[in-house]
Design a protein around this ligand. Structure first.
Ligand code: PNS
Length: 160
């Protein structure tokens, strides 16, 4: 069975990678898709986000990386999947994710959303916190894949 893990991935974090690795054990094929959201001003271009995801998932043979825009549900159908994978961190994620899952269900009742609970060591991680810490020179080692850390350091050298 094929599933889609959508997100902004600006940038991919160790928390995302944990969800990807676990979902890849459940589904035959997992497509990780970078969605561009016109309302957000991303740090990395879609191409850079795809490149970082490809690098970080190169050890996972059943994971593909793609990019899209527009509505998620028709995309899921277009690529021959019926499952959306989402990571769930805390109660704060629940309200938003619950509403999105119900709206997606309304748009296409045949598409199911499956939630995977984040591993506890990544429960506080988010792309926005990573960007804030890295931009102020803080250490993000172990919190993002090595390729992401390198790109962040090129933008903002570590504080001494
Ligand atoms: O990583 P994010 O920013 O939480 O990901 C949000 C994402 C990309 C999953 C969400 O914005 C999305 O599904 N975008 C596609 C547009 C869409 O279908 N919107 C209606 C959702 S109910």
């Amino acid at each position: 069975m094929k599933a889609v893990y959508p997100g902004s991935f600006d940038p991919v974090t160790a928390g995302h990678l944990d969800i990807i690795e676990r979902a890849a054990k459940i589904f035959d094929c997992l497509v990780v898709t970078v969605f561009s959201n016109p309302a957000k001003k991303p740090l990395f271009s879609v191409e850079e986000r795809v490149a970082m995801l490809k690098e970080a998932t190169s050890h996972l043979p059943n994971v593909e990386v793609d990019a899209s825009d527009g509505l998620l549900v028709p995309y899921v159908r277009r690529i021959g999947a019926r499952v959306i994978v989402k990571g769930l961190r805390a109660i704060s994620d629940f309200d938003y994710e619950f509403r999105m899952a119900l709206m997606n269900k309304k748009l296409d009742p045949e598409v199911e959303t499956v939630f995977i609970l984040t591993s506890s060591q990544y429960a506080y991680l988010s792309s926005s916190l990573i960007k804030e810490v890295a931009s102020l020179g803080g250490c993000v080692t172990g919190l993002v894949p090595a390729g992401v850390e390198r790109r962040l350091r090129e933008m903002w050298p570590a504080a001494r």
